[in-house]
Write a protein that binds this ligand. Structure first.
Ligand code: DQA
Length: 142
């Protein structure tokens, strides 16, 4: 399978950013790990990160027909980006939403995802493993 891993705002600062919540592993290490996981399962994973809503929307549009599945952590856009919700609805490539932290144990504004309704499902609170769990789900569906 061809996976596109999309990470939204501030996730480029993994490892440095609130390590008590998001862990000590950095973004480059996460990407290397996901590429290795994909390769071990006869698949490929491309990693894309942006702090800009429009760039994420462009990446979702470009993924249509080019990738088999999207694994996306929209960061804070999760909670208010109707534009990302609409982009997911506009394409036929399936997406699983991932959150590193358990958003339900955090501030109330993080409990609501506006983007999850356009996703196959949502994984949260499993740390970086959540991205692999999402890939594993799609691999098992083949
Ligand atoms: C996050 C949770 C969001 O509420 C937050 O804005 C993030 C990261 C997570 O992975 O736990 O940037 O998506």
């Amino acid at each position: 399978m061809k996976f596109l891993i999309i990470n939204g705002p501030n996730l480029n600062l993994l490892g440095k950013r609130e390590p008590g919540i998001y862990g000590e592993e950095n973004y480059e290490s996460l990407c290397a790990r996901l590429k290795a996981y994909a390769a071990a399962h006869g698949s490929t994973a491309e990693c894309f990160q942006s702090n800009h809503e429009g760039a994420i929307i462009d990446a979702i549009h470009a993924a249509d027909g080019a990738y088999d599945a999207i694994i996306m952590n929209p960061g804070a856009y999760t909670h208010y980006s109707i534009a990302i919700l609409d982009a997911l609805k506009a394409v036929s490539v399936p997406c699983i939403e991932v959150h590193i932290s358990n958003v339900h144990q955090r501030e109330e504004f993080r409990h609501k995802s506006v983007t999850a309704p356009a996703c196959v499902g949502q994984i949260c609170g499993l740390g970086l493993y959540g991205y692999e769990a999402a890939m594993g789900y799609f691999l098992g569906k083949q």
